[in-house]
Write a protein that binds this ligand. Structure first.
Ligand SMILES: Nc1ncnc2c1ncn2[C@@H]1O[C@H](COP(=O)(O)OP(=O)(O)OP(=O)(O)O)[C@@H](O)[C@H]1O
Ligand SMILES: O=c1ccn([C@@H]2O[C@H](COP(=O)(O)O)[C@@H](O)[C@H]2O)c(=O)[nH]1
Length: 239
């Protein structure tokens, strides 16, 4: 018998930084095509899929390149970076035969339609992939928080954080070789240990909405599908 997906509706947070692949900046073609192939594989299972993509491959408000800038201005630039990534992702999905709609939290009507919750729900019910661009639309936040927020708004069963590391560790594994990976961890423990894999606002929002998060590697082949099938992969953050 064909195995079924563990979820009906999910919010996938894709790392903007991972989009660079081995490049120093921007969008690596082979990398975005591989991400889209992963998305196509899970979409074929019949799940309803919404995506938030980060902007770290182009600009972050707290990046060295923003030093001395007004923080809110820099953050708006970061949000615009996520619009570019969202458009690139939706177009790559179009080329792969997946119908996607980009909805922006910041009005740029000539470029992309605005985020309107009932419309987003309609697209999901129609089987379209919805890409939420421009984060929350507010400075001083991140796309992780946007993923938590939109995930809660659309009634997703889980937020899937696809990033460059394969889970939540006791410390940043890129800085501490003694860091150990958790297979599960509670929101309260992640917050009290100040684990930086996601920002505290995202953790707190998901905790309060009882919305679990799965952190896993976007670089590891097949990991997204294993997560969707409910198999042992990455780290589950739970209430
Ligand atoms: N305790 C931890 N466990 C795992 N990763 C951690 C931890 N603390 C810090 N990190 C770092 O967090 C990074 C992932 O989060 P980050 O928000 O920087 O990236 P992203 O979400 O993948 O990118 P973007 O913001 O561009 O979408 C990892 O690459 C890792 O270096
Ligand atoms: O709600 C939001 C989301 C994002 N930003 C700014 O954009 C960049 C890029 O997002 P990442 O999550 O870091 O990939 C972020 O650093 C912020 O500067 C925002 O202000 N509000």
């Amino acid at each position: 018998m064909l195995k079924k997906s563990a979820y009906k509706r999910v919010l996938l947070k894709l790392s903007g930084e991972a989009l660079m692949g081995d490049d120093a900046y921007g969008i690596n073609r082979a990398t975005i095509e591989r991400m889209v192939a992963d998305v196509a594989e899970i979409k074929a299972l019949g799940i309803e899929l919404a995506i938030v993509i980060g902007g770290g491959n182009i600009f972050r408000g707290v990046a060295p390149g923003a030093e001395g800038m007004d923080r809110a201005t820099a953050d708006y630039m970061g949000m615009l970076a996520t619009v570019m990534n969202s458009l690139a992702l939706a177009d790559a999905m179009r080329q792969a035969g997946i119908t996607a709609r980009v909805m922006s939290a910041i009005a740029i009507d000539q470029v992309v339609e605005p985020y309107v919750r009932p419309k987003a729900l309609q697209y999901l019910e129609e089987g379209k992939v919805v890409v939420f661009a421009a984060g929350t639309g507010n400075p001083f936040f991140t796309t992780d928080t946007a993923a938590a927020l939109r995930g809660a708004e659309i009634g997703a069963e889980i937020v899937l954080k696809a990033t460059k590391v394969d889970g939540v560790y006791s410390a940043d594994p890129n800085k501490d070789s003694n860091a150990v990976r958790y297979s599960t961890i509670s929101f309260d423990e992640a917050l009290s240990r100040q684990l930086q894999v996601m920002d505290a606002t995202a953790f707190a929002l998901c905790r309060d909405r009882n919305l679990p998060i799965k952190v896993f590697s976007i670089v590891k082949p097949g990991a997204l599908k294993r997560v969707i099938m409910g198999e042992d992969e990455g780290t589950l953050v739970h209430v």
